[in-house]
Write a protein that binds this ligand. Structure first.
Ligand code: SF4
Length: 81
């Protein structure tokens, strides 16, 4: 479990009781990038992506979010721990 990521998005596949994220890694990015990146591009490829500055927290998103029960779980290489 990632002890340092707290998240209240409880319909995410990686969310667990106590508002904890159980993804083995996550990627936070700019909203505009999150909306345009393919679903299979995520934290495992983060080091290859260009930095994406924003002006406020409202312009950021968790790219790793995937809805519970989705058929897209796992296609990005992120694992639940
Ligand atoms: S992957 Fe992102 S949205 Fe999902 S529980 Fe972790 S931090 Fe929250």
């Amino acid at each position: 479990m990632n002890q340092h990521i707290h998240c209240s998005v409880d319909n995410c596949h990686y969310w667990e009781q106590g508002n904890r994220c159980h993804a083995n890694e996550i990627m936070v990015t700019a909203d505009t990038i999150g909306a345009s990146m393919p679903d299979d591009l995520d934290a495992p490829q983060a080091s290859t992506l260009s930095p994406t500055p924003v002006q406020s927290c409202m312009e950021t998103c968790c790219k790793t979010f995937v809805e519970k029960g989705s058929d897209k779980i796992g296609i990005d290489g992120v694992k639940k721990i």
